[in-house]
Design a protein around this ligand. Structure first.
Ligand code: TIU
Length: 220
């Protein structure tokens, strides 16, 4: 077992049972003119973690940890976007509306791409998901079972929305979950802090957290 100095206590995992999931590092959330900004958010906070996530990807690739990327996006006809989700945000800039990076959160549009600095490489799995959680209506669970993963490290955005939802889904499915504190970000600093606190509370009720450097040191 490999052991990482984490909170609320050490995270232990078998090196061949670990996968990294990078959640929704898409232009639509991280760059101006995308879905995140259409919801009234300042994207600069999210932009700032791109180098840390790049370092994380490089470190995991170097030691052969399987990497899964997710993208939140919908079919062009919006058939997989429930009305309750479609009604969120500025009515002129809703999911499916046209923006500077194409139609917001629509599969295949430039805005739904993962930011170039974090682009998946050959062999890495990319999961398109219609929900906030990456297990809902996707093949993610099968992918993890096929990889024989039992433990998952998480990075990406936003901490309290898609990352936390996916961690909770993973926890319910029996995976041990580790969140990389500096490789995740929220538009709201207080929400990020609250998420870190609540997942680690009650003896890691949802999971653990550590820093990218501590994680990569342990892998090396
Ligand atoms: N709005 C927000 O904080 N997040 C999302 O809509 N999606 C993700 O977190 N990916």
């Amino acid at each position: 077992m490999t052991r990482i100095d984490a909170r609320p206590f050490d995270f232990e995992f078998p090196l061949n049972g670990l996968a990294l999931i990078v959640i929704d590092m898409q232009r639509d959330f991280v760059e101006p003119g995308g879905f995140g900004e259409s919801l009234g958010n300042d994207v600069n906070r999210l932009q700032a973690i791109v180098p840390t996530v790049a370092k994380l990807l490089a470190g995991c690739r170097a030691v052969g940890i399987p990497i899964i990327h997710t993208r939140e996006c919908h079919q062009p006809d919006l058939s997989d976007c429930p009305p309750a989700k479609l009604r969120r945000g500025d009515p002129t800039l809703r999911i499916g509306a046209s923006g500077p990076m194409g139609r917001l959160l629509i599969r295949g549009e430039p805005g739904t791409d993962i930011v170039p600095a974090l682009a998946p490489i050959e062999g890495e799995v990319v999961i398109d998901k219609p929900g906030k959680g990456a297990f809902y209506a996707t093949s993610l669970e099968k992918t993890l079972v096929d990889l024989r993963a039992t433990h998952i490290a998480f990075a990406g955005v936003t901490t309290e929305v898609c990352v936390q939802t996916t961690m909770r889904e993973a926890n319910d499915r029996g995976f041990d979950c580790l969140l990389l504190e500096d490789a995740t970000e929220s538009y709201f600093p207080t929400f990020k802090q609250a998420t870190l606190d609540m997942i680690r509370a009650q003896g890691a009720i949802v999971g653990w957290s550590t820093t990218t450097d501590q994680f990569l040191d342990a892998l090396a």
